[in-house]
Each structure stands twice: as C-alpha cells, then as structure tokens.
Design a protein. Structure first.
Lengths: 407, 316, 519
C-alpha cells in the first residue's frame, strides 16, 4: 500500500526515510517529555535521601527526630515541634514533621466534610432530577467554580470570611442548624402546593427557585441568631464554647480552611461523581423504575451501588486536591504547627510551609531537604490516591461496558 | 593589513569612549542607572527615594531588586551594585567576603530607624507589659526568667478582657521574627500557638480584628485598629514605642536601617551614588522616611554622616 | 452521557422523600456561594473606584472629622457598633483611619464644599480649600478658588506630561548611549540641553500654594506641585461621578503600583501575567502535542502505554507546589546555577539565572500544565475516526504525512482547548511562582527597549501574587483591601474568559465532529 506508481523510487525512499526519522523523533520526544514529567518524583527522592545518611555535620536527623516527640527546653514531657529555621547561636532547630502532616490531613478532612455532602448531593440532584437545559448550563458553571484561583479563595477566606465569622459566629452556627430543616420544609410546602403552581416550580429547576428560599432562610437565621445565643449560650457563644466544651476559638481555624477548601474541591468531586452516576446503564434504571421505585429509591438501591466505586474515586481525587492546596491554607489557617483535634484551632500544612520557607532555605541544607521531604510526601500521597482513583474508574467503565451501558 | 587598521581604529575608539566616560559631565548633573540590591523591608523607602531622585535629576534612574537583606552583601562584593540596603547589620563573614575582594570594609550609612511594637486590639485595656511576661506569652522555653507560660488574659490583667490569649507573629524566615526572637525571647523559641503570618501588615490586620489577640509588628505598620503596648522594665520604667523614644535610642526593640556602600577610604562617591546619598541624608529624604512610618534620624546623626562622606553641610 | 431515566417526566417527584430536597438544596447552596463570591468581588472591586461622598462627622464632645465610611462592626463587648472612616490627612493625624463609636456621633453631614486632594506625598487630603496663594503673592478666595485650582491642575498635568515625554524619549536613550560608552560629543550636549530643559519646565510649574483647612480647623499650606488631582465628591453629579469612575478604572488597569503596592494600578502585574502565560504556552504546546501524538499514534497500545497514560493523567492531580519545588531545585538551582557558572561567571556570586526569573517560572508552569495539554490533545486524537487514518494511508501517505495533513489538523481544536485550559490554570497558580521567580515589585517589566529586549532572567509581577503580597506584605492591609478586591476581580475575569473560550471551543468541536461521516 505504500507503493504509488507516480512517484519515482528516489523520492519514495526519501519520504520513507523522512517518515522513519519523524517517527523516531516523535518517539524520542514523547518519551522524553513523559520522562521529564515523571522525573519530579525521582528528583525529590534523590534530594531527600542525603538527609538520612549524611547527618554528621547537621543536627541529628533520623526517623525518630522526625516523627516522635522529643525532649526540648522548657518542657517536662516530650513534644512535637516544627521550628527548623533557628540560627546556630539561637539554640537547637526542631524537626518534628508530624504537626505538619497532621495539619495537612486535618485541613483536607474538614474540606471533605464540607465538600462531599454538597458535591454528592449536587451530583445526585443533577443526575436524577434536574432539567436537561439547566444541567447543560450548570456543569460549565461549576467548572468555572473549579477554576477559581486559590489565591482569591484564600484571600476571601482569610481576610473576609475569618473576620466575619469572628463577629458572627452565632449566625454561622444558626445557618448550619437551620438550613437542612429549612430545605425539608421547602419540600413539604412544595408537596402541598396546587398542581398549577407545582408545574410553575418544577423539581427540575429547584436549584434555581430555591435560591430566594435560601435568602429567606438567611434572613430568618440572622433574626434568630441573637435569640439563640441568648437562650442557649448565655449571650456569648465563644465564652460558652470555652467554658463548657473547653474549645478556644482561634481567629483563623480549621473550620475556615475547611470551608474555603471545600468550596475549591467541591466542583471537581461533583463533576466526577455526576459522570459516574449518570453513566449507569439505563437497563438497570429502567428495571428499577418498572418495579415502581421512586427516583430516590432507584438512586439509593440501584444507581449508587453500581456507581459506588466511581463516586469513591471522585472523593479520592477531591482528597488529593485538598491535601496539596497551598494558597488557601497559607492565607486562611494562621500557620500554627499545632497538633490538636479541635476544629477551632489553627493548623499548618506541608504545602504552606514549603511555600513560605523554601525560598529562604539554603539549598542543600537540612531545612531545604526537609521541605523537599514534605514535597515528596505530598507527591507520593497524591500520586497514589489519584492512581487508585483512576484504576477504580477504568474498572468501572469496563463494568458499565459489559453491562451494556451507554457510557 | 586591514585588520591592523581595524585594531587601531578600535583602540582609538576605546580611548575616545573612555575619555567620554570619565569626563566630568556628571559633575554638573548626574546621569545613569543606579542599581541597588537588598532588603525588602526597605523596598518602599528605596522606591520613594528613587522617585525623588529621578525628579531632581532627570537623567537618573533607580533600579531596585528587593529580595531580602541577605542578597545585598554578595551583590556588593560582586560589584553588581554600589549601594545595598539592609535591615540588619552585615554579619562578620559577609564583611570578610567583601574585604577579601577589595581590601577595605563596606561603608555603612544609617538612613532610618525602625522598631518592633507589641500591639493589642484597640479595645484591649492592656497598656504595658513586663519583659518576662512578654516572653511568657510568646515563648516555648521562657528564657527571660518567667515562671510559667501565660495563656489567658486573666493572668495578665484584671477585668476588661477574658479568654485565651491569641498570639500573632511573623513567619520564621523573616528579619522581624528574628529580631523579636533575639530581643524579646532571649534567643528562645516561639510557642507553636503563635500564628505565623507572611507579613507584618497581616499581623496588624489579625490583631485589629480580634480583641483577644496580641502581636508584634514593625512601627510603620501601626494603624488605629490596634493599640501599641509599652514595655516595662524591672524597676517599673516604661518604654513607649514612640518615634521620639526610638530616635533617642530609648526603645529596646529598635533596629537601624542601613545602606551599605562600596567606598574606598579617602575617595568620594561617584556622581549618581553621591546624589542619591545626598538626598537620603537630607531633610527631604528623611521626611520620606517619616511618611512611610519609619523613624527619621536626628539632625546631628545626619550631619555627622554627611561630613564623613564629604557632602556639604545642611543649611539650617 | 445523559441519564436515560430523566426522560420519564410523568413520574411525580412529590414522593421522593427528604433526601431529594437536601440534594436540591446543595446545588442551590453551591450556586449561592459562587454568586456570593463573585458578587462580593464585583461590588467591592468596582465600588472602590466610585467617588463616594465624604461625610463630616460631629461627635458629642464637639470634635469633628471628615472621611469616607469604610465599614461598621459591633463593639467587642457586644453593646453598640463602631464605624471606620477613612480620613486621609496622614501628615496631620499620623493615620488615615478613625474608628468612631456610633453612640458618640452627634451629627453626620455632607457639605458640598469638601475637597479630596490626591497628593504625591502623604496620600489624600480631605478638608476645605480656603485659598490659593499665587507666586506673586496674590490670594484667590471665595467661589472662584475651585475653578482656579482645576485650571492650575490641568496646566500642571500638561507640564508633567511634557517632562515625562522629554525624560522618556530624549534623556533615557541618550543616557543609555552614554552608559554604553557610545555617546558622541553632540549627543552629550543634547543631553545637557534636555536636562536643562527639564529643570526649566520644573521651575516653570506654577509655584502656587494651597491654603487648606481640615474640618476641625487645622491649617495646612500645600505646595500645588505635589497635588495630583482634586475632587469635590459631594458636589459632583451622577454623570460626573461615572466619568471619574471610568477614568479611575482605566488608571487602575494602565498604571503601575504606588506606595508599596497599596495604591495605584496593576499594569506591570497584568503585563507580567500575560507574558509569563504566553511564554508558557510556547513551551507547553509543542511538547504536549508531541507527547500526546506519541502516546496515541506511535506507541504500542499495550499495558505499559496504558499505565503511562494513567501516570500522566495523575500528574495533573499532583499539587502545584510540588512542581514549584521541582522548578526551584532543578531549573533554578540546578540548570540556572550551571548556566551562571558557564556564562555569567563574571557577575557571580550574585546570580543571573541561578535565581527565580521569568524563564524558570514559565518553564515550571509549562511542566505543571503539560498533563492538561496531553490529556486534551489525546482526547481529540482519539475522537478522530480510524477510517480517516486508514484512508490517508491507503492513498499512499506515509505516517508522517498522515499525521501532519490529516490527523493534526483535525485535532487542532482539541489542542487549542487544551492550551487554553492550561493557560487558565497557569494564570491562577501562585504557589509555584513564589518559589521560582515572582517579585513583589518589579518596576522594570521583562520586555523593554534594551537589548536583548526580552529579559528572561528578570523577575516579574503577577496578578495572583500581587493579591497575596498586598494582603499580607503591604504597609496597611485595610488601605490595600479595595485594590486587592479589584485585582482579584480582574484575575477572576481573565480566568473566566479563558475558561469560557475553552468551553465554547470544546462544544464547537463536539458538534463538528458529530457530523463526520461514520463508515
């Protein structure tokens, strides 16, 4: 099939050589690019290794000093401390990495606590109930939400939301209490509406016509909040938290980080989960509906078990993003390397530490390598989680395929 | 043969060029680009001085690279700049590096003063703190002699404010953090509860929004949202963080902001640098210092430094 | 991808139970959050440029102050509220803010005679214009003072413009030649003459003095040459305000920052962001396409390729800060350090390429966005029917010809989508840039008239980092807030536009490929 009688043999030869050359070039280039990208992990590993076997000149570094509590000046019991940048005359540097890992995971956990219910609820609604026209608009809108730069979200969280919550803590809490029953109330009222009005406010567009309802609930909360604070919390929620729960409210805390980062990771979880839910083969769904299940029952009993792995992988990818997010944590967390379980305390994440400390750390020094170790941990964690998620997803795709789905 | 001619031509050109270069056109009016490398605390100051300089001498331009005090000594040593702003004194090894290359130490010019101020929320009744108490609030090891950590307002003052103290400070790699650690913490370590902010302005903003907060920041970042706290000596004498006290040298957490210049002994500065230093050490330059919230130098310090550089005396 | 069961509208949703409503609520809540964020940015960001009225506040004890209301918060002890005014007059009051307890306010008034002067030193002045003292000792008072001031400011602006022109177009090039040792005697004379002319112009500026008075009666003598702009916001009509607003928005977009990033515009940051992103696309496009073509067209489609593909996809999920670390370690310290040793040894130990700069930043971001481009291009390649390739080969094309003439042209929209998505992602990334070359202040843009025109080693400003810097490093966060809002709004708009373009392209692409004949 290569043979074309019109071209002379020399020219054909030239074309074939050129083709082989180009193929070789593409192969080399492609492999090169992929190798360069993959080199990240290798580079980090190579840079981190000297930390453990050339520790003669530097302060003692081994697995123990990194991960176990140590005896430090001024403390009777061993504690974890991350204070790596002490000058020599100023006393020992402290390299307990555990507070950073803790902070990273705590921030990610709170982000998921906020994002997962929102994202999965949104995915279920848009896969099951939403009108097609609205859905076609909603998906790109939420994609835009995903593209919101971290520095903007971090700024709003750290300099707008944190001071606001500082003053309006009770309102925030009231909102949290009132929103779910308020939405259920909306459902109840809707079921009692006349058929005409119900047609005017179809379930498929609930996402839009619920917006004024949310505004109403907001108004209700801001009216209720001072009353609630007076009845239950002796007029001062912060004091009450301190006295009866022993929780101190730090001005920048894990909840604020969680809210901001939840906002940032929610769209990606939503997009993947929605894909998984709406990719379930229609034979399954139709079967369930034919047996008289409501749509919610179909979702719960049929769709979710089938799409479960896909939803799980969506959550995992969200977790990967939350662990590595830098600017939001840096700007909203207070950067205190604490190890407390209280969601009202500050925290410090590995990514934020790298961002502010690495430019000033001397290349090749202990501090530098420790921060690279943090980067390596981030890399390995996200890579593993993402690979797992990807494998789960590709399994799922094949399963749908076998079941004859339209995915 | 043509190559010889070309060589001669080049040589001649070079000679002409060097004559042109060395000729005293700058005696009347300095021109050129003044490159400076150094402190980012002083970046605003340098920029404003540069703007002024460009207005006085239209042919002058200031080129600023503000990547931290540590970048000034290498640049001075390498000769890429003749003026290096630093917010801390040059360390011995940095000086030695410079001396090895040039045979004389770099000349330090104090151009402004800065101070660290302990601040609380504007409605916080705290007005003064003893040094050990300050250490007990911020430090992990309490090297300055306090017995226990102070974590609650109730153990510091009576009434007016309740709850846990929320300490705020700068991040570990900053000069501000270092100065406060050395002076206020007796070289100790910070408690992990101290929020680390990437900038002084952020510390002030955080303190201004939380009545239970306490923090430290540069004098030039003070706003009416926060209240400065005076320091109490063991004998009860108060040190208020006021510009006058800082100027007198009475306030403990103060630092000089310096320009380091590469100036061989006995010589005077070249035109551009001379014009710049002349501006900086003039009342006009010092009023820019005040405008940016730093502390201007007393007149006699200005005069003394001007005399040593061979600049004409200030007219009164 | 459309779920089939949604095509059964006859089923009433009333019996769905409580969970359905919570699910609907979560969509609504997400939309509300997004709207809230965008609304906040838009209102605060654009509102900053509005010349709001200035209030004169009289307190119960008779003190008076003038300023613009900024915000109101409840007092920390729970009773009452306090209000923050931006009062300007830093040279008189030592601060530009004043907190006022609402209970202490006796009266708030908006007299139309108040002026707001924007000055080169000490920021704003808010107060009354009493008189203008001219050089000749003449004193202008009364109604005509304001008009006289406006006239003088216009003349002053013309003077400044002419000096700037002289400086930029005559003096700078001459100084440059002088510094390079190339200036002829004639040019040196021209330089001296130009300098003299600048001084002449400066001397010719109206040396009038404004006599100002604050609302509480303190007098101030202000040299006119330091005044940049004067407004009487309380006396302005709506049209006039809109015009001023538009002019201020333009100034924000076209000017450089002033007063340590807390005032002025963001032009260098816009420029730096765009330049960096353009360089990044130049790096990322060929390599991304190359890798995608290799993976999809050349490589043997076996288990290994599948794993590589998953790996590449996953790299899109690796935190951006990790790429920053890689960029710092490999590009800056590794390659940059060696480049310095080889080519810029004369300026060591101060680094040329061995420190963060434009080149390393765009390379790092290219690496960061490589997976995005690869994945998008691969999707495009996979969507091209096999018949097209087979047809080309059957007609005697070699593989290269098949790729360049048939496959790649068909995949162009996909590549474009990938690159735009990459650009949108890169424009919003800040964390890696903090490690590899962004600067808080880079008055010199990396592109200028000096050889070699594009200075890859220079540090640059970036919109995202500008937000971070102004929010944390500036002199006064409160003063910088409006500018941060405006910058954030600008960044979000840029990214929105880029993403919308990508979405549109992708949509367009899908519909086009939908019409391809299938055999």
């Amino acid at each position: 099939m290569q043979h074309t009688p019109s071209s002379p043999p020399l020219r054909r030869h030239f074309r074939q050589t050129r083709d082989r050359l180009a193929t070789a070039l593409i192969t080399a280039g492609g492999i090169g690019v992929i190798a360069a990208v993959m080199a990240i992990g290798v580079f980090l590993a190579v840079e981190v290794v000297p930390l453990f076997w050339s520790s003669t000149d530097t302060p003692r570094i081994n697995l123990e000093t990194l991960w176990l509590p140590q005896d430090y000046e001024g403390h009777r019991t061993p504690v974890h401390r991350w204070q790596p940048a002490m000058p020599e005359e100023g006393g020992e540097s402290r390299f307990g990495m555990l507070p950073l890992v803790w902070g990273t995971l705590e921030a990610a956990a709170w982000a998921l606590v906020i994002a997962v219910p929102l994202a999965l609820g949104a995915a279920a609604h848009s896969a099951l109930f939403m009108s097609r026209r609205l859905r076609a608009r909603l998906k790109p809108t939420l994609e835009l939400m995903e593209a919101m730069p971290g520095v903007v979200v971090g700024f709003v969280a750290g300099l707008v939301l944190a001071p606001w919550l500082d003053v309006h803590l009770a309102l925030g809490m009231t909102l949290l209490i009132i929103l779910p029953p308020g939405l259920l109330l909306a459902g109840g009222l809707w079921a009692r509406l006349g058929a005409g009005l119900r047609r005017r406010l179809p379930m498929g567009w609930a996402a839009l016509w619920l917006l004024p309802w949310l505004l109403l609930l907001w108004g209700l909360s801001s009216w209720l909040a001072p009353l609630l604070e007076a009845w239950w919390f002796d007029g001062d929620l912060r004091a009450w938290l301190e006295v009866s729960l022993g929780l101190d409210y730090a001005n920048r805390n894990a909840i604020i980080v969680g809210m901001a980062m939840g906002f940032a990771v929610m769209p990606s979880i939503y997009a993947l989960a929605e894909d998984a839910l709406s990719g379930v083969p229609k034979s399954l769904v139709e079967g369930a509906e034919a047996l008289g299940a409501t749509r919610w029952q179909t979702l719960w009993k049929v769709v979710l078990p089938a799409a479960g792995p896909g939803v799980l992988s969506a959550v995992m990818i969200g977790a990967g993003r939350a662990v590595g997010e830098t600017m939001i944590v840096l700007m909203a967390s207070g950067n205190t390397a604490l190890m407390t379980a209280s969601p009202l305390d500050g925290l410090r994440s590995m990514a934020a530490s790298i961002a502010i400390e690495l430019p000033e750390a001397a290349p090749g020094g202990t501090h530098y390598r420790l921060l690279l170790l943090a980067a390596l941990l981030l890399f390995v964690f996200t890579f593993c989680v993402n690979t797992l998620a990807e494998v789960v997803r590709s399994r799922l795709r094949r399963r749908y395929h076998r079941m004859g789905g339209a995915s | 043969m043509p190559s010889v001619i070309r060589q001669r031509l080049w040589a001649a050109l070079l000679v002409v060029a060097s004559i042109v270069w060395a000729s005293p056109v700058s005696a009347e009016e300095p021109v050129g680009t003044l490159g400076t490398v150094g402190s980012d605390t002083m970046a605003g100051l340098m920029l404003r001085w540069g703007e002024r300089l460009a207005r006085q001498h239209p042919g002058m331009r200031l080129q600023l690279q503000a990547s931290g005090s540590a970048s000034a000594p290498p640049a001075l040593t390498a000769g890429t700049t003749l003026v290096g702003p630093m917010s801390r004194p040059m360390a011995e090894d940095e000086k030695a590096m410079f001396e090895r290359r040039y045979g004389y130490p770099p000349r330090a010019l104090v151009v402004a003063r800065d101070a660290l101020v302990v601040v609380v929320h504007r409605h916080n009744p705290l007005r003064s703190l003893s040094r050990p108490d300050l250490d007990a609030i911020f430090s992990d090891g309490r090297r300055c002699g306090a017995g226990d950590s102070i974590e609650r307002w109730s153990s510091l003052i009576e009434g007016g404010i309740e709850g846990r103290i929320a300490p705020h400070g700068r991040n570990a790699v900053s000069g501000t953090h270092e100065l406060f650690r050395r002076e206020a913490l007796c070289d100790g370590a910070f408690r992990p509860e101290v929020s680390e902010h990437p900038g002084s302005a952020a510390v002030v903003a955080a303190v201004a929004s939380d009545p239970r907060a306490i923090g430290y920041a540069g004098l030039n970042h003070l706003t009416p949202g926060v209240h400065p706290v005076a320091l109490r000596d063991a004998d009860g004498a108060l040190h208020r963080p006021e510009p006058a006290a800082v100027r007198r040298g009475d306030y403990p957490f103060a630092r000089d902001l310096r320009l380091y210049v590469n100036l061989p002994p006995g010589e005077s500065l070249p035109g551009g640098e001379r014009a710049f230093v002349d501006l900086v050490l003039s009342p006009e330059g010092q009023s820019i210092v005040e405008e940016l919230g730093f502390v201007a130098l007393p007149r006699e310090v200005l005069e003394r430094q001007r005399r040593r550089l061979g600049l004409e005396a200030l007219d009164s | 991808m459309t779920a089939p069961w949604r095509r059964s509208p006859k089923r009433a949703a009333s019996g769905e139970g409580p969970w359905a409503w919570l699910a609907a609520g979560s969509v609504a809540a997400s939309l509300a959050l997004l709207a809230l964020l965008l609304g906040l940015l838009a209102v605060r960001g654009l509102g900053h440029f509005w010349p709001a009225d200035v209030a004169v506040v009289t307190l119960d004890d008779g003190r008076q102050l003038a300023g613009r209301e900024v915000k109101e918060v409840p007092l920390s002890d729970g009773d009452g509220r306090e209000r923050l005014y931006r009062t300007g007059n830093r040279d008189l009051d030592d601060a530009i803010w004043a907190w006022v307890d609402l209970d202490e306010i006796h009266e708030v008034d908006h007299p139309s005679g108040l002026v707001v002067l924007e000055r080169r030193r000490w920021g704003e002045f808010i107060g009354r214009l009493e008189a203008i003292e001219t050089e000749s000792g003449e004193r202008i008072v009364g109604e005509s003072t304001w008009l006289a001031l406006e006239r003088r400011l216009t003349a002053l602006a013309a003077h400044r413009d002419s000096i700037d022109v002289l400086r930029d177009q005559t003096i700078r090039p001459l100084v440059h030649r002088l510094e390079a040792g190339e200036a002829t005697l004639g040019e040196r004379e021209a330089l001296a003459k130009a300098q003299a002319r600048v001084h002449e112009r400066q001397a010719a500026m109206p040396a009038d003095t404004l006599v100002l008075e604050t609302v509480d009666g303190r007098r101030l003598r202000q040299p006119l040459t330091e005044v940049v702009r004067a407004l009487r916001p309380n006396a302005m009509g709506v049209t006039e305000k809109v015009v001023t607003w538009g002019r201020d928005v333009w100034r924000f977009l076209s000017e450089g920052p002033r007063a340590a990033n807390t005032a002025g515009g963001v032009w260098p940051a816009i420029f730096g962001t765009i330049l960096m992103v353009v360089l990044m696309s130049i790096f990322v496009t060929p390599f991304g396409v190359l890798a995608a073509v290799y993976l999809n067209e050349v490589a043997h489609q076996g288990r290994l390729t599948r794993w590589v593909r998953i790996g590449v996809r996953n790299l899109a999920g690796v935190p951006s800060i990790v790429y920053g670390v890689f960029g710092l370690g490999v590009f800056v310290y590794g390659i940059g350090g060696h480049l310095d040793d080889w080519f810029f040894a004369s300026s060591l130990p101060s680094p040329t390429f061995g420190t963060g700069g434009l080149l390393w930043a765009s390379l790092t971001l290219a690496l960061l966005t490589l997976p995005v481009v690869i994945v998008a291009t691969e999707e495009g390649l996979a969507r091209i029917p096999e018949s097209q390739r087979e047809g080309a080969l059957a007609l005697g094309a070699t593989r290269l010809e098949m790729l360049t003439r048939v496959v790649l042209p068909m995949a162009t929209p996909a590549m474009l989508t990938g690159v735009i998505l990459a650009v949108a992602r890169a424009a919003g990334e800040v964390a890696p840039l903090m490690l590899v070359g962004v600067a808080k202040l880079a008055p010199q843009v990396p592109l200028d008239g000096e050889f070699p025109f594009l200075h890859l080693e220079r540090k640059f400003m970036h919109l995202g980092y500008h937000i971070f810097d102004a929010a944390f490093h500036g002199g006064d966060v409160q003063a910088a807030m409006p500018l941060i809002y405006a910058t954030a709004l600008l960044l979000v708009l840029v990214i929105l536009v880029l993403n919308l373009t990508a979405i549109f392209l992708r949509h367009h692409l899908r519909s086009r490929h939908g019409t391809l004949p299938k055999y």
